[in-house]
Design a protein around this ligand. Structure first.
Ligand code: PLP
Length: 427
């Protein structure tokens, strides 16, 4: 059966689920599965080239450093960035906390700890009372709470773009972005509704008032071609484990000059230039933001994942997943008593489909599906405000990867159709 990412590449897809049913993995929005290309790259890094990166003159240290830095180049190429614009992090959560924390350091007067960069006005990064951070009601908590905290630390105010009935960002609320706005942080694709955000409209509105545009690209990068230079965002976050790479690794993209103008937020080894007992000068980015020992093998795995996806072609993956999404979202929407939280059709969305089932708790839905070998996510998916927008506290979510088949999606829909009758819920 054709899938753009061949199923034989993913050893885990050969195992069975609960009750001996074939595993139907529909939880790639939470974490994706890893192909041999990634597993082998990580194993080879550990088996043959394990050494401390950038810290030794011996052969293993040199080989590890070369592999680590070439992974950065692979990941950068994959998202339309230059290698020195990619900072390794543990994932999107750390990437978003990093940028928010660095802005609070500038606001506290620590911007002077790095040399000025010609053409970059440090006032862009400085927040205080009267300034505004704008986010959206669709955010994962990782792109909401760091901004709440930044506002609490600096006295700035948090505002947000609202959502329409489908859960899409409502552009008629774009006027919350005004001359007081310093940051506009928003998701590229919602991890609940699957809706693709109108990036260019939001970035234009942010830049028109001199605000920084921060994109949470964690749910877009694995599913469609993404080019941060073309999108003109100032910063972006994405995670390895959602794009077929290991856990514990991710990246923050930042425009080169902006990263160079920002002070560090964690301090220690590998991020310095000169240290005396009195003071320290800091390395250029990306090292400036990579204090301590990085997850080297995982970074090498993320480089391998980027190469693997690029070899398939993100256009190919997007087109394939668009067809599966159509079957998935229409199939779910047609079941009596089941409600899609998000666009109930395939246009301008990804294959992340959350839904509620009348009369059945999401955990029971998840358990019933699991009893047939189907893995989905249940709960609030770390996005309580958008659930409240849809009038529920939790949901069940099926999310696609490039290894899912049409048969799997159809089996999922047929099984979901059994849920309400199984629990004795009448129409
Ligand atoms: N942003 C979105 C939209 C997500 O879906 C997730 C994870 O589910 C995150 C941020 C956080 O990513 P991570 O847990 O990899 O840091």
């Amino acid at each position: 059966m054709f899938t753009p990412a061949p199923r034989a590449d993913f050893p885990i897809l050969g195992r069975t689920g609960r009750g001996g049913y074939p595993l139907v993995y529909l939880d790639s929005g939470a974490t994706s599965q890893q192909p041999f290309a990634v597993i082998d790259a990580v194993r080879e890094a550990v088996e043959d080239h394990n050494g401390a990166v950038k810290r030794g003159s011996h052969l293993l240290a040199e080989e590890a450093t070369i592999a680590f830095e070439s992974a950065r180049e692979d990941v950068a190429r994959f998202v339309g960035a230059a290698a020195d614009e990619i900072v390794w992090t543990s994932g999107s959560t750390q990437s978003l906390n990093l940028i928010a924390y660095v802005l609070s350091n500038v606001s506290l007067g620590r911007g002077e700890s790095v040399p000025p960069v010609p053409g970059v006005d440090m006032d862009r990064f400085r927040l205080g009372p009267g300034d505004v951070v704008v986010t959206t009601r669709a955010e994962h908590h990782a792109n909401l709470i760091p901004w709440q905290e930044l506002c609490l630390r600096t006295g700035a105010t948090l505002r947000w773009l609202d959502l329409d009935r489908e859960g899409r960002i409502d552009l008629s609320t774009l006027d919350v972005i005004d001359e007081h706005t310093k940051v506009v942080a928003f998701t590229h694709v919602s991890n609940v509704s699957g809706a693709i955000s109108p990036v260019s409209e939001i970035v234009s509105a942010a830049h028109a008032v001199g605000a920084l545009a921060v994109l949470d690209a964690c749910q877009s990068v694995p599913h469609m071609p993404v080019d941060f230079h073309a999108l003109d965002v100032d910063f972006a976050a994405f995670s390895g484990h959602k794009m077929l790479a290991p856990t514990g690794i991710g990246a923050l993209y930042g425009k080169r000059d902006l990263l160079r103008a920002l002070p560090p937020y964690q301090f220690g080894g590998s991020m310095i230039e000169l240290v005396t007992m009195e003071k320290t000068t800091y390395a250029d980015p990306p090292a400036r933001f990579e204090a301590g020992t990085m997850p080297v093998a995982q970074a090498i795995g993320m480089g391998a994942a980027a190469r693997y996806l690029q070899a398939i072609g993100m256009d190919t993956i997007a087109a394939y997943e668009a067809n599966l999404t159509k079957i998935l979202v229409n199939g779910v929407a047609e079941i009596p008593g089941v409600h899609v939280l998000g666009p109930a059709h395939e246009a301008n969305r990804t294959g992340t489909v959350a839904f509620s089932v009348d009369g059945v708790h999401p955990h029971d839905v998840g358990q019933y599906l699991d009893s047939k070998g189907i893995a989905v996510r249940v709960g609030h998916h770390c996005a309580q405000p958008i659930h409240r927008h849809f009038g529920v506290f939790a949901s069940t979510r099926a999310s696609l990867g490039p290894y899912n088949t049409e048969d799997e999606v159809r089996f999922f829909i047929d099984t979901l159709r059994e849920v309400r009758p199984y629990f004795g819920v009448e129409d």
